[in-house]
Design a protein around this ligand. Sequence first.
Ligand SMILES: C[S@@+](CC[C@H](N)C(=O)[O-])C[C@H]1O[C@@H](n2cnc3c(N)ncnc32)[C@H](O)[C@@H]1O
Length: 268
Amino acid sequence: MSRKNDKTLRFYHEVLGLERLHYGMWQAEDDVTIAKFKEAQIRYEDFLIANIPPDVKKILDVGCGTGIMARKLLNMGYDVEGLSPDVNQKKYFADKLNAKFHSTKFENFTETNQFNCLIMSESSQYIKLEKLFTNAHKALKNGGYLIICDYFVKKNATGIQSKSGHKYDAFVKQISKSRFEIIKEKDITESVVKTLDIGKDFVSRIQKTVEIYTENIVKKHPHFTNLILWIGKKKIKKYRKQLQLLDSQEFKKNKTYRLFLLHSTTES
Ligand SMILES: C[S@@+](CC[C@H](N)C(=O)[O-])C[C@H]1O[C@@H](n2cnc3c(N)ncnc32)[C@H](O)[C@@H]1O
């Protein structure tokens, strides 16, 4: 997993205390609050579920995170298995669910002809393109489906936002070379970006707290403060760059967040 993304995820999980590891889908009128964020995440999962074709019975949740989506699907009566290379997620999954878990990267997954549907919710970005569609086709039964919901990097993207995610053009080209056809594609960028606003808001609150508690030290020891700032200048520069990952305008400029529903075809 890319370290930059890993940090963003850890921030949402460990600092904001969220169980889910995806952006969610906000409504235009939503206030940027944790309560609304939680609703947005549930809305996103319902949106994914609504896109599962009616004939599907057995699902593999690829990059299953903390197992919440898998649990929802099991409760709906689907036969579900999870997959993730992350050891902590293996534990979350085992604690929550009585379902099979594959402790591996999808690139190394070798099962064939098993599932009616694979779901990659914000996990396709971590899977090498060359293996993503070939392994997905092998894992699926005849006529199976692949649901991908993730962000992609736009053409001419720049800055730190251009560093994570598959390039959209390359991704679509890879689909056209694969044994899948697109039966639905939907751009949901506008509805995900408030997640970045909430992250940024929390970071600035933390910054403010640090400022308040260090105010006296800065006043009493200005030379010492300047020295510390000088020593830490590389770290501060890096931190400012990382903050751009939480900039929703930058995200919209450089990224597109999309749902793909793909149908596997038999011709090679
Ligand atoms: C952003 S989280 C999304 C989790 C979950 N699907 C969700 O929507 O909340 C990305 C997931 O992809 C998994 N992942 C990372 N690299 C992977 C790989 N090579 N193959 C499969 N899953 C991978 C991570 O462990 C994590 O579970």
